[in-house]
Design a protein around this ligand. Structure first.
Ligand code: URA
Length: 203
């Protein structure tokens, strides 16, 4: 746990981009250091900025509901965002903010080494797959080097468009089936070559 705490402390002291001037506090992420699933959202919103925790607003309620539907909870997964500070007026994260923050996500990924990365919405997904879109890629495992990315819609999208809620529910069921069917529960070993591949993703 020490390493995750160290990463969070470094995040809390970050002044690499202008969002450090407007945030109330950073939102590093929460959950288990040995999580098999890591959820990556977009950026903290106003409630997250106040509480210092990811997904505590209405999208968070839906995320909790989806987790419970596949017998998971916040303690058994790790939840974070692409960027760790709230963009003013909840605007989209800028490329320069994502670039300034990516080292933290890289460190969290290396330390937790999840079996599956679930990207919530298009920003987190395009970070890993800049040329693909969530609509046609969602609900399936997309290998990327040694990583396995599973894109789904952002829970906030289902709050605006209730039809998307059942799509999200189906995708979470697929995620659960994938985890249960995966032949080996062994985590990706941290061999030097794997680490090198993962590092390349963040260059
Ligand atoms: N939306 C996100 O992408 N992340 C949060 O933490 C909350 C809402």
């Amino acid at each position: 746990m020490k390493e995750l705490i160290k990463i969070s402390k470094n995040i809390s002291q970050c002044t690499a981009c202008a969002l450090s001037n407007t945030r109330t506090q950073t939102v590093a992420g929460s959950g288990s250091q040995s999580a098999e699933i890591m959820f990556i959202g977009e950026a903290p919103g106003s409630k997250e900025d106040l509480h210092g925790l990811p997904f505590v607003g209405r999208s968070g309620d839906l995320l909790d509901e989806l987790l419970v539907s596949i017998n998971l909870d916040r303690q058994s997964v790790f939840i974070t965002n692409l960027i760790k500070c709230r963009p003013p007026d909840n605007r989209d994260p800028l490329t320069k903010e994502i670039q300034a923050c990516k080292e933290f996500l890289k460190k969290q990924l290396q330390h937790i080494n999840p079996k599956v990365i679930v990207t919530l919405g298009r920003h987190a997904f395009s970070y890993f797959f800049p040329n693909a879109n969530v609509q046609s890629s969602r609900g399936q495992i997309m290998p990327l080097g040694e990583l396995s990315v599973f894109p789904v819609y952002h829970p906030a999208a289902a709050l605006y468009n209730p039809k998307l809620k059942s799509v999200l529910q189906d995708d979470f069921k697929k995620l659960s089936d994938y985890l249960q069917n995966s032949i080996t529960n062994k985590k990706i070993s941290k061999t030097p070559s794997n680490e090198a591949k993962q590092l390349n993703l963040f260059e």
